[in-house]
Design a protein around this ligand. Structure first.
Ligand code: SF4
Ligand code: SF4
Length: 109
């Protein structure tokens, strides 16, 4: 039985390949967004290397696309609000907690 997968078998590398590389089970942390404190400065949107910050039709941040997010943490790093409006959370915790509860725990009001 094969015990490992070669990276080259699952990750396509080349120009414009981001949309072909969905996030696998390897993401360690995921960014969680708090709409209550977000000032819509768009810094996370311009900084995300994978274009995972979702904008509404009115050009306002409306969420994060976890299908492609690699968990690099750049969006949380650049967020200027105090406290930050994006926090990195362990993937295992995020997967076992419902989003409203997760947001309440991370960003207590
Ligand atoms: S963690 Fe990285 S890939 Fe994911 S949304 Fe933030 S900047 Fe984009
Ligand atoms: S960087 Fe922070 S405040 Fe600015 S749009 Fe993103 S989440 Fe909102």
């Amino acid at each position: 039985m094969k015990k490992y997968v070669l990276l080259s078998e699952v990750v396509k590398i080349g120009k414009g390949q981001t949309n072909s590389n969905t996030t696998g089970s390897w993401r360690v942390e995921r960014p969680v967004w708090n709409p209550q404190t977000c000032i819509n400065c768009m810094l996370c949107w311009v900084s995300c290397p994978d274009g995972c910050i979702i904008l509404s039709k009115k050009d306002r941040v409306s969420g994060i696309d976890y299908t492609y997010c690699k968990g690099c943490g750049i969006c949380a790093e650049v967020c200027p609000t105090k406290p930050k409006s994006i926090a990195m959370v362990l993937e295992s915790i995020a997967q076992s907690t419902k989003e409203p509860e997760l947001i309440d725990n991370i960003f207590p009001s």
